[in-house]
Design a protein around this ligand. Sequence first.
Ligand code: SAM
Length: 277
Amino acid sequence: ADFKSVTSHPHAPLFAVYQVFENVAEKYDVMNDSMSLGIHRVWKDILVHKMNPSPGTLLVDVAGGTGDIAFRFLNYVRSVRERQLQQKLRNHQNLSWQEISKSYQEEKSNPLGDSQVVVCDINKEMLKAGMQKAQHLGYSEGLSWVLGNAEELPFDDDKFDVYTIAFGIRNVTRIDLALQEAYRVLKPGGRFLCLEFSHVSNPLLSRLYDLYSFQVIPVLGEVIAGDWKSYQYLVESIRRFPPQEELKAMIEDAGFLKVDYQNLNSGIVAIHSGFKL
Ligand code: SAM
């Protein structure tokens, strides 16, 4: 099937999705910034703040692409650990210099407090771009990259404290399978967090958003990445994706409890959260 015919199918087959991200991998970050006017950075920050990971957290970021969530996670736990150390020193002013020095040394030798993030993505070009970015930005500790499909994760049961998927679940062919896999790999007590484009309820904003999506985004795709079709696919896949309540029900069907969601920018994106309890 040619690209056009598969994108008109309600579930774009895996190979077409693969091709999209293979095509855009190199320009992926530039495109993200230009299409969202940089707002995707704020959405990702909000996701990691909502997660509020403590040092020692083991995270799997599925469809993790070029590592945006992973890098934010590492920054976040590092700053929590620094704050904890400062607090410890403030609250114990009569600590001996040996104790102070020991705390500093511990923090310095293990700034992440054993936290780890595994970035898992089906596309090796995206992972390659992410690994290059990590090297460039100086991330190495606590970070690993795994090629794998969200529908059949290459991990043991009950392994991770948190599972994230940011702008990824929309591209998965069988969302139900991906959710079941998320449930399987989480530890009991673990948290599922999904950041994804969703549906805007405000009619005026919705019209403006449609105009922007259908008229501007494919043009940007063509101008910046020389790839109109991949960005047309992006817009179509956003429109086809289940609305907030429907996705919530699917997450519950996979077994998660305490499922809720938070709309950002009137529902342009939403963060769904659930727990394996
Ligand atoms: N999470 C990153 C971010 O927020 O910048 C990347 C999001 S990007 C829009 C979507 C990613 O999903 C791509 O890297 C693509 O390769 C990946 N992907 C698509 N289908 C997948 C699947 N079945 N399993 C794992 N990753 C998948």
